[in-house]
Structures are given as C-alpha cells and as structure tokens.
Design a protein around this ligand. Structure first.
Ligand code: G4P
Length: 542
C-alpha cells in the first residue's frame, strides 16, 4: 500500500533529482591577470545575467564602499571577498563560486574549492602554468575535482597549443584532451574547431567584446571554407588535427570526473571567442552535484532531508548591520526559508531566517535552494568553518582541512589595558577562519603566532583588530615558510628525540606543528628521521 509519507518522499526525491540534473557548480582557479574577471563577465553575458560586458567591473567601481572590507578592497583595488554568482544557461542553473584572484590570496580560496563540484583552470596562453594556478590545482587534486582548462588570450601572440598541453601533462600529471582547437593566433586568431561537433566556429569581433561574438559555423569539408579562411590557416588546422587525433588520447569522462584528465578549450575571453563552445561543452561534461562523504556514509543529493556545510564565514559585509554571514553549500534535500535545522557540532536547533543568495555584492533574499547551491546565512556567532547543519537523522560531513600556512608572525598587543579585547579578537578571528593561530610549544604566555597562506590575511587581521575590537596590534615576522603537522602527535615527536633546523609550535587544538625556514630543511629532517610522518595539511577536526 502506498502511504502518504511514502508518496511525499517519492515526490520530493523526483523534485530533487530534477534540480540536481539542472545544476552545475564550479570555481575558477587562475593566477592574477589570467582573465578571471573577464571570463566571469563573459559567462554572465552568455547566461543572460548581464546585458553588456563591462557591467561587472563597472558595478564594482560604481559601488560606494559599503563596508570596512570593501573600503579595504577599494583602496587596494582587489577583491577580497569570494562571492557566488548564479545564472541560467540552456535551462541549467550554473553556480560560479568566485575565488579571489589576487596574489595575496588566503585560505578562503582553498575553502571555496571544498564547496565546488568542478574547477575551471584558466591559463594565459603566453604564460602557461603560473605559481598560483599550480597551488590551487594541488587543492583540486587533493579533492579529485574534475578540472576543465580554458587557455585564454589567444588573440595575442602566445605559446604553441601543443606546448601548453605538454606542460599541463608533464607538470600537473593530468592527461589532456583538447575539445576545441584554435585556428590561428594573435591578430590571425579566427576561431576554433570544435571536435565534439566536428565543426569550425569562425568569429567576428563585436565592439570591445561587449556583445556576444558573431559566430559562423561550418563543417570542416564545407566548400565555403576557402572563402572564409586563409588557405594557410586552413591547411595548418588540418595538419594540427591530424597530429592531435594521431597522438592524443580519447576523451574519457570517467577520467575527467575522477580528476585525472582535463578537457582543454582555447579562446579569448576579451573578444568572446570560444566562450560559448566552452560553456556548452562544460554543461555536458561537468559533474552534477553528487554524493558526499559523511559520518553516515555516502549521502546522495536526493536524500530527502536537508543538509549542508559551512565553508566560509564573512563578517561585516554591511556595516549598517554589523552582520556576519556563513556560506553554506547545500548537499542534500531542499532548503526552505525559515526552516529549523540541527547544528551538528553543538546539538542545538537553529532557525534559518534571512537566508541570502549572493550576486556579486548585492544580496537578495531567497526562498529555497537545492543541492549544489550556496546560501548565505545570518550568523550570530553560531557557525564555524566546516560545521554541518541538517534535518532528520544526525550526520556530519568531512571537515575542511587547515591548509599549510607559508608565512608566520607574532601578533603583539602593545597596550596591556586592551588585553581582553585582544584575546577576544584573536579568538573570534580564528574561529571565523580568517587566519590560523599557533602558540609556542614551551611558553604558553607568549604572543599568538598568526599563520597564513597569504600576506593579505595578516593585513585583514590587523585591520579588523583595530576596526572591530579597537586594538592596535604589531606584527613581528618569523623566518619560517614551511609548516608540517606530525602524525601521531606529541608521542611520535618525543620518540624521535631532538630535531635540528626546526621549531615546534602547537596549533589551536594543541597539536604539534613543525616550522622550517625552507623546504630544504624540511626534507633534511624527513631524510634523517624516516619514521617521522609529516603532513602538509592539518588533520580535520570534526
Ligand atoms: P584577473 O581577474 O584574472 O586578474 O584578470 P582580468 O580579467 O582583470 O584581466 C587581466 C587583464 O587581461 C585585463 O587587462 C584584461 O582586459 C586582459 N584580458 C582578459 N582576457 C583577455 C583576452 O582574452 N585577451 C586579451 N588580449 N586580454 C585579455 P587590463 O589592461 O589589466 O585591464 P582592462 O583595462 O582591460 O580592464
């Protein structure tokens, strides 16, 4: 007999299945200047979310400083906050988790990747792989995230496409499959050959790439090709295709989804060349929101109860409210405004009023959200990074690892009368995940050590200590650049006896961390003590 609750469950599962089928979620990883802002803008243009390219940048410039954060962003002309952009394309809902592109990047960048189902690696055709792209790719690799590559700026002289593919294969150990192939380069960049459709897309520039590129599509053997394309470019394309068909591997979506093969696209975000073919292929190949590991095993997104985890916290986005926002990645079930959920860490019930969806810096209220979406929740100090919220049976998602910091400094409070505020600030900023905090192993009274992956995190901490807690602080930089967590904790460390060329500190959970001046020192300690197991990232604390 079909009961009412059974029927209800079947209906919600069907609704969730439909929502999951429509959703694609990704983050762009790139080195500053590769063209992330430009590509984002063009994706929004094709997605119909904006009508003229330039709008995102203009919007950014027009916006008055609406918070202390943004004041700092504006002074520096960079984007500190990661935001979530949502747009519709071809009946799909695309969620772009925007990661900051500045050199001074922070742990937020890494954490955003924990909420993403796919990554798009954006590369400047003239520069190839750059340091920040490599670092971010390492995080994608840790999570086996499917990675799509967009080689940008083909409208300028750049490196040979085959050379770039070779670099990705050699240096990242990722198999490549060129989904499209560029026709010409620099001034003579005319379009791309789409190997999926076996068609040539010839583009014409629109004024400053403000509108979608005019795209003439022809078959490879079409007689019109001789009028449309210089013979030299045509013959070169045929030669190139013969070469890549001959030596290259087949596209294997299982390998793509396992993060072992990257589909590669060539184009120019500025002139819109190749953006649309990329978007179309991406929709077909990208992973839809999938199952996630939890304390109750793998949970599929169609599990009818709501669950999600906090991957980022942001304070004071709007100074009028002195608010804090917790960004939650929805993993299962349907989110509805005003629903009451359980908070796994504290066991408390929390009512989720005022949920927000973020489009750039404008916030709009949302009524419902599905797996793969990101919601911003008002956070009166309840949520911490990695927290799970759920309805129904208790479950917790795997936490988000602490990433290996590379710069360290004592944070000092020169004014003893501000002792309380100083400690409150340090503790709250740590909880929020603005920076990692460590302490000397032998002297608990010493100042806290800030440990960060980017210089900007230090500036943000000092700025916020002053602005939000009224404490002026001093930084004393420490000469270390490598941190390693010790497997087996203090016990394992004691067994190996005295170590040279390293200092031992403890993290916020009291676990030992070794700091080294450089990678070389670290390798030496490892070579001298092969029994000591050192980890780049801290074990996750549930
Ligand atoms: P980012 O967010 O990754 O840091 O890069 P952004 O999009 O801001 O692009 C960095 C620079 O590269 C910009 O130039 C941008 O116009 C340019 N760019 C992006 N895509 C392409 C492309 O496909 N071809 C060419 N030739 N250039 C591209 P800028 O001079 O720094 O800024 P702007 O004056 O254009 O705004």
């Amino acid at each position: 007999m079909v009961t009412d609750s059974h029927l209800q469950e079947t209906t919600i599962k069907a609704e969730l299945q439909q929502a999951v089928e429509r959703r694609r979620n990704f983050a762009i990883i790139s080195h500053p200047d590769a063209g992330k802002t430009t590509l984002t803008e063009k994706l929004l243009l094709y997605g119909g979310a904006i009508h003229e390219a330039g709008a995102v940048k203009a919007r950014r410039a027009q916006k008055k400083a609406t918070s202390d954060w943004m004041e700092m962003e504006q002074q520096r002309g960079i984007s500190i906050t990661s935001t979530v952009l949502q747009f519709e394309y071809e009946n799909c809902q695309i969620n772009l988790l925007d990661t900051p592109g500045h050199q001074d990047f922070s742990e937020d960048t890494y954490r955003t990747l924990a909420a993403a189902d796919n990554a798009v690696m954006l590369i400047d055709a003239a520069k190839g792989l750059e340091p920040q792209t490599r670092k971010l790719f390492e995080v994608c690799r840790m999570r086996n995230l499917p990675t799509f590559t967009f080689v940008n700026k083909l409208d300028r002289p750049g490196r040979e496409p085959l050379d770039l593919l070779d670099e990705i294969e050699r240096e990242l150990g990722l198999e490549t499959y060129a989904v499209n192939w560029p026709i010409g380069m620099g001034d003579r960049f005319k379009g791309v050959y789409d190997r999926r459709e076996k068609k040539i897309h010839l583009f014409e520039r629109s004024e400053h790439g403000k509108r979608e590129a005019i795209d003439t599509v022809v078959e490879l053997g079409d007689p019109r090709i001789e009028e449309l394309l210089e013979p030299e470019l045509y013959y070169q394309l045929k030669d190139d295709l013969e070469l890549i068909e001959g030596v290259g591997s087949e596209l294997d979506l299982d390998l793509v989804h396992a993060g072992k093969m990257t589909p590669v696209f060539f184009g120019s975000a500025m002139t819109n060349f190749g953006v649309e073919p990329f978007l179309n292929a991406f929709l077909d190949y990208a992973l839809k929101p999938g199952s996630r590991n939890s304390t109750n095993g793998e949970i599929p997104p169609t599990y009818p109860e709501f669950s999600g985890f906090v991957f980022k916290l942001q304070a004071n986005m709007d100074p009028k409210h002195r608010d804090r926002i917790a960004f939650v990645r929805v993993c299962t079930g349907k989110f509805e405004k005003d629903m009451t959920v359980n908070h796994a860490r504290t066991g408390k019930a929390v009512r989720l009023s005022r949920p927000q969806k973020l489009f750039a810096q404008d916030r709009e209220s949302i009524e419902e959200a599905y797996p793969g979406d990101v919601i911003g929740l008002n956070n009166p100090g309840v949520f911490a990074i990695g927290d799970t919220i759920y309805t129904g049976q208790k479950l917790e998602y795997e936490g988000i690892p602490c990433f290996s910091p590379e710069i360290f400094a004592y944070l000092k409070n020169p004014n003893p009368s501000k002792f309380k505020q100083f400690h409150k600030g340090v503790s709250e900023l740590r909880e929020e995940g603005a920076v990692q905090i460590m302490y000397s192993a032998d002297d608990a009274k010493r100042d806290p050590i800030l440990a960060a992956v980017g210089q900007l995190q230090f500036e943000v901490v000092q700025f916020r200590m002053q602005n939000e807690y009224g404490v002026e602080t001093l930084l004393e930089l420490l000469p270390y650049s490598v941190a390693r967590w010790v497997d087996g904790g203090w016990e394992a460390l004691q067994k190996v006896g005295r170590l040279f060329n390293t200092v031992t500190v403890k993290d916020s959970w009291g676990r030992p961390v070794l700091l080294f001046r450089n990678e070389w020192n670290c390798q030496q300690v490892q070579a001298d003590h092969p029994e000591l197991k050192l980890n780049v990232a801290a074990p996750v604390v549930a």
